[in-house]
Design a protein around this ligand. Structure first.
Ligand code: AMP
Length: 391
């Protein structure tokens, strides 16, 4: 199933190992607000350190405008990492060139060096070969543990892998194993739950899952476009008019597999203080908008989920940021947690919902990569994974 070499397949003792991590964490006033992505990379980092490697970590952070910007510095990340491991953590104010090379040359086995944001250079996103070579100059071995960035072919996630022995880290392997297994050989019934604002972002995913899964449960704003395609009036709801035709085609293709809400929670404004009411799908009056799936839909979806062998969930069922319209999302979270299935949750919002409900322990796997997990569910090859050495 997982056919790439990992860090246990190579000798790392005394080597400089350049590890692409996904340390794109939320930072406020210099403090890390959520270090999930950092702790997820610790098994790889610790393994390398314990086996005598000098570890160089590099990552993007946020969306700087292709030039150095202190707002997006990884310095606070390096500081935070020093609180998570006992080893010495150094920081280099550049990710390539003289500063990075000198810091790498000084680095001792058992020590860590965190490089500055890779996206301070335009060449990173362009997968510029020269930038890839400059990264490669820093180390003897390349490890990709950044599952969350594996769907991007950038110099740090793809290009550099062509210039050094390149293998997977433990997080990368774990993510690919869970998602790969779910898609290729799921315990059945295989139930996919898809939500979020827009159908247009997830057409490829829905299409692929309609072939692979036994049931696809739809919620969130994207359900509105499907309901509109079925001829229901959606009044002031978010509807993607130019995706209605695609929704019709997916409905025809999906047949009984595709489940839509049977009732809805409406609001008379996009506001938690809005007046709200529950209706069935044929009664969305003028002046109202759909902001969540209704209680009967939650019950319907919960029944399908309770019988599942595998559940994959990406995207909220409603505007869950507003408590008045969060019941659908939290109801689905409870159903997933209560089921005996292999359950995999990806995408920032659904992960945040399961964490908020305190049920994350009951889920088999919480993915650190929203975009990457969606591309896997779509059946796409991840360039960051493809570039690694085969077993
Ligand atoms: P996405 O980034 O596509 O996964 O969408 C997540 C966003 O969709 C969340 O911020 C939700 O508030 C929003 N959302 C979910 N359901 C609805 C809805 N019925 N109307 C408007 N926005 C929604």
């Amino acid at each position: 199933m997982f056919d790439k070499k990992n860090i246990t397949d190579i000798d790392v003792k005394g080597k400089k190992v350049l590890v692409r991590v996904d340390f794109n964490v939320p930072i406020k006033e210099g403090k890390i607000k959520d270090d999930t992505r950092m702790t997820a990379a610790l098994p790889t980092i610790n393994y390398l350190l314990e086996h005598g490697a000098a570890v160089i970590l590099f990552s993007h952070l946020g969306r700087p405008k292709d030039e150095p910007d202190p707002q997006f510095s990884l310095a606070p990340v390096a500081e935070h990492l020093a609180t998570l491991i006992p080893n010495k953590v150094n920081f280099a104010e550049d990710c390539i060139g003289e500063v990075a090379e000198a810091a790498s040359a000084r680095l001792q086995p058992g020590e860590v060096l965190v490089l500055e944001n890779t996206r301070f250079y335009k060449a990173e996103k362009k997968n510029d070969p020269d930038m890839a070579m400059k990264f490669a100059k820093l180390a003897d071995i390349y490890v990709n543990d950044a599952f969350g960035s594996a769907h991007r072919a950038h110099a740090s996630t793809e290009g550099v892998a062509h210039h050094l022995p390149a293998v997977a880290g433990f997080l990368m392997e774990k993510e690919i194993r869970y998602l790969g297994q779910a898609i290729a050989d799921p315990a059945r019934p295989f139930v996919a739950i898809l939500g979020g604002a827009k159908i247009s972002d997830k057409i490829g995913v829905i299409d692929n899952l309609l072939q692979k899964a036994d049931a696809v449960l739809i919620g969130g704003g994207m359900a509105n476009t499907f309901l509109k395609a079925q001829g229901f009036e959606m009044a002031d709801s978010l509807v993607e008019e130019d995706a209605v035709q695609t929704a019709k085609e997916l409905l025809a293709k999906g047949g009984d597999k595709l489940h839509l809400p049977i009732d809805l929670v409406l609001g008379n404004a996009f506001d938690n203080d809005a007046e709200s009411k529950v209706t069935d799908v044929e009664n969305v009056p003028a002046g109202w908008r759909v902001l969540d799936i209704g209680p009967a839909s939650v019950e319907d979806y919960a029944k399908v989920i309770s019988e599942a062998g595998t559940v994959v969930w990406n995207g909220p069922m409603g505007v869950f940021e507003m408590p008045k319209f969060a019941k659908g999302t939290f109801g689905v979270a409870e159903a997933v947690a209560a089921s005996e299935s292999v359950s995999i949750i990806g995408g920032g919002d659904s992960v945040s919902a399961i964490n908020q409900s305190g049920l994350s322990e009951k889920v088999t796997h919480i993915s650190t990569g929203g975009g990457a997990s969606l591309e896997m569910l779509e059946g796409k090859i991840l360039p960051g994974l493809a570039a690694l050495q085969d077993k």
